[in-house]
Design a protein around this ligand. Structure first.
Ligand code: FES
Length: 223
């Protein structure tokens, strides 16, 4: 396969044809933040946090789904890129429920980590928030209020677990993660493969607290 020469952050490098900007950056030890990307899954470009600046491009481009081309000049951490990533996180927080201390992931999810890296506190944007009742069965808890619609769980359920139980439905403000064409979460719908839980970047998908306590035998502390 042909080698493609590009410049990243001022340094010349090369990668195999078909490699994405993100993959090449990772090969060169450059960390580009991601939320919806996972090596094992096909990229969708849903979250846009991995954007980079490419000379000659009118817009910032998503690095997780853009292949390198000969002569590309890429900036992964320019002031414009950093400022835009910050706004993306602020917009995600604007629609995401902010009760982090009550969340099953206890304030240490990927979204929070990214926000800390980019120095994002409270979102300056005011939006309508989506509130949904929490659903659970013995294996999984779904809190759609925490969902940022990255679609990672949907792809993991289909492409890794090969189940296709989770899907995405409705449009615009009503878009949400659904189970079996928007059926209530049944006792035996979702079992304990835990794949979607492990890839969820927020507290939307988690183990039910009751089960965690039963498994560990430790007393349950709910804040
Ligand atoms: S990580 Fe590239 S668009 Fe989400």
């Amino acid at each position: 396969m042909a080698e493609v020469k590009v410049t990243i952050n001022g340094a010349q490098t090369s990668g195999r044809e078909g490699v994405t900007i993100l993959e090449l950056a990772q090969e060169n030890g450059i960390k580009i933040p991601t939320l919806c990307y996972l090596t094992e899954l096909s990229p969708t470009g849903a979250c846009r946090i991995c954007i980079v600046e490419v000379e000659g491009s009118r817009t910032l481009v998503g690095s997780c789904h853009t292949p390198i081309t000969p002569g590309m000049i890429i900036q992964t951490h320019s002031p414009k890129v950093l400022a835009t990533r910050k706004v993306i996180i602020e917009l995600l927080f604007a629609s995401h429920c902010g009760f982090c201390m009550l969340c099953n992931k206890a304030n240490v999810c990927n979204l929070r980590e990214l926000a800390a890296d980019l120095d994002v506190g409270l979102s300056p944007f005011q939006t309508r928030k989506r509130f949904y009742p929490i659903e659970d069965n013995p294996y999984i808890q779904i809190d759609r209020t925490q969902c940022i619609l990255c679609r990672k769980c949907v792809r993991a359920c289909r492409e890794i677990a090969e189940n296709g139980i989770l899907g995405i439905a409705y449009r615009s403000f009503d878009t949400k993660i659904v189970i079996d064409n928007d059926q209530p979460l049944a006792q035996d719908t979702c079992r304990d493969c835990d794949i979607c839980i492990s890839v969820c970047p927020t507290g939307c998908l988690s183990k039910p607290k009751k089960l965690s306590a039963a498994k560990t035998g430790k007393p349950l502390i709910i804040c």
